[in-house]
Structure formats: structure tokens, C-alpha cells
Ligand binder design. Sequence first.
Ligand code: RNT
Ligand code: ZN
Length: 421
Amino acid sequence: MTLYEQAKARYEALGVDVEAALAKLEKAPIAMHCWQGDDVRGFDTDPTKPLTGGIQTTGNYPGRARTPEELMADIDMVLRLVPGTKKMNLHASYAIFDEENGGWADRDKLEPRHFKKWVDFCKQRGLGCDFNPTFFSHPKCDPLTLSSPNEETRRFWIEHGKACIRISQYLAEELGQPCIMNIWTGDGFKDIPADRMGPRMRYKAAMDEILSEPFDFDKVKPCVESKVFGIGVEAYTVGSAEYALLYAAQNPGKCIPLMDNGHYHPTEVVSDKIPALLSFFPELALHITRPIRWDSDHVVLLDDETKEICKEIVRCGGLDGRVHMATDYFDASINRISAWVTGLRNVQKALLMALLTPNDDLKQLQDTDQFTELMVRQEEMKTLPFGEIWSEYCRRCGVPEDGQWFPMVQQYEKDVQLTRC
Ligand code: RNT
Ligand code: ZN
């Protein structure tokens, strides 16, 4: 018996169908955020200007992708090292301008043609693509966007949102997979506001206008992402948790809620919110990240909360299309490819662990008040030979096992990334 077969037998003794788990995981799409590769800078504004919107990358590790070609090459490297079904996740600021498509266009004037190169990239690799309007790092942030009291500012950003709906529809149609289009703004105030409701009413009206742009909800899934605070907007964010959740609740068939697990108070957990939301919403979207003390967007580790989030995704039927998963983190202090790969592989690992759990049996113990046995069984799961199943999964997906991929990143860093300085 191989090590895999031995490990498989251990899980099967607990009633787990290992083959079914592997097959299910391989099909579950995870959207890979393009912005880990270049520290969220994009290609449409001056890359030397700092990020705005309350988000921040820290670190100046060498090798940042500076052009679409470099970013695509880096993404290709990541795709080779991460098992399972990936899709791309682009921000509008990653529009590619060239002479053929008329050169630079401002965000309110973006068109599908500015994403044609990404479509070609995705088609060649069989990937779907998610999308995000970019309401930050732009001179038209005053600093508010969709909630600005300035009519001209608001109009500009509404037009951006509508343009992004059209681009999302184009991506979905070209690639034959739904496009999750996430609306997040960093709108908020550093200090105690005098009017908390006005900005929210303006944001709501602006969202209504954006979503009045025609789209097919089977193809384009607009989301709204909430946040508790950001750097420079410590006192108040317009798109708070209640605001975003209720906006989505009031717009069924038009908007779904997106939870980023860096966007809550430190003792709140998204794992518990997943079943709460799925009790009401047919679908929800996630940004999987790792907050340390605040929304620091650290690389996702195989930590307890990541595992718990993935357990809830699996148990609540999330892999059957109800939960749209995406990663969202940006670490500029380590090799960016390694950051991407580590986080994406960890999401895959946590999902596999959840799929290798005898969830029905454990539920049965809970429903029959057998909490002593439930604790023992759950604890014993933790020392099963998971690594052998994971290695087998990597082999079947044609990607390197743990221990094999990092030397490839080191080589790529030497050959490619370090020549960029
Ligand atoms: C910011 C939000 C948002 C961004 C990306 C770049 O706190 O999490 O999702 O990280 O859109
Ligand atoms: Zn996010």
C-alpha cells in the first residue's frame, strides 16, 4: 500500500469518501486576486503615488510586476503551482491600454476593449474572470467617491460603476463563466462625522444607479463589500456591515453580500457569519484574507479561522455555487509569487480538510446531544494523515507537492523577478 492508500484507509474508516472529496475540490473555483503581484497599483495611474482608500501595502521586496506582461508572467507561475480550479480576479485599474484600443481612458470611460488582452489570457488558460470597479487611488477621489456630496464626483464614479457592469458582462460572455463584480469603496471619515446618514443615502442612490445598468444576473453577480474601518477612515465607513448586508437584502437578484474576513471587529468571525447569511441569501461572496490586529491583508495561512471558514463553506453547500470564493491580500515584504501561492494553497488545503470531515456523523452527534463524543471525534480529526491526501491531490492536479514548489519560485525570482530592478 502506498502512503496515500494508507491515509485514505484511515479516513474511510471514519466514513469519509476520499475520492469524492478530491473530485469535489478540484472543481471548486477560487478567484485569484491579480493585485498581490504589483502591490495593488494597476496600470492606469501613476505607480509612484501612494494607495488611497484606507488600504496599504507595506514592504519593498524586489521584483514587483510593473507591466501587464510581467504581471501575466507571474500569474502563470502561480497557476503552475496551485492545484484546483482557478479564475482570475481583476480590478478596473488593471485595464490594458495600447495604440490598438485607443490608448489611456479614464475610469468613467473604460470599455470592454481595455480588457481584451485579459480575455485572451484567460481564454488560453481556460479561466473565468471576476471583476472590481476601482474606487480608490485616483485623482477623482475627493476623497469620497460614490458617497461624495459633490455631484460631479459622484457622477464620475457612478459612470465608472456602470462601465464596470458592462465590462463584467463582457468577461462573463467571453469566458462562459459568471463574473462576480464586487463594489467596495473606502469612503469614510478619519474623525467623528457630523452626518452619518447623508453619505449612506448618497451611496445607496449611487448603487441603485449603477445597478440600473442592464445586466444578466446569471452572468454578472454584483456584490457589495462592507468594512469596519481603514487607515485614515478610522471613525466611520459609509459601507458598514449593516449597510452592505441590508443593501444586498433589499436587492435580491441584483446584488449579493461580500464578506472580507479582515473587515470585522477582531473577535467577530466570518466562519459564523457564513451560515447566518446563507439562512437568508441564496448566494454570498467571500474575500479570504488574514487580518493581524486590523485589516492588514496578510497572506492566508492554514490557521484555525481559515479552516473554520472552509468548514462552513463545505457544510453549507457553498461549493455547489452558493459561495463565491476569492482571495484578497497583498504582502510587499516577501516574494510576491510565494505570497500568492502560499495563500491559495492554504485555501485549497483548508477546503480539502473540510471535505475530509465526516460532517454528517458529527452533525448527528450534535443533534443527539452527544457533545462529549463530538469533542473527542473533532479533536482526533486533527491528527489524521492529511498531508498524504494533500500530496496525492497535488499530483493529480499536476502541480508540485509541498517541499517542491518553493525552489521553483526561488529559481524564477533569480531568473526573472530580480532582473526587474
Ligand atoms: C479593502 C477591500 C478590497 C480591496 C481590493 C483591492 O479593504 O478588502 O476588497 O482589498 O478591492
Ligand atoms: Zn476585500
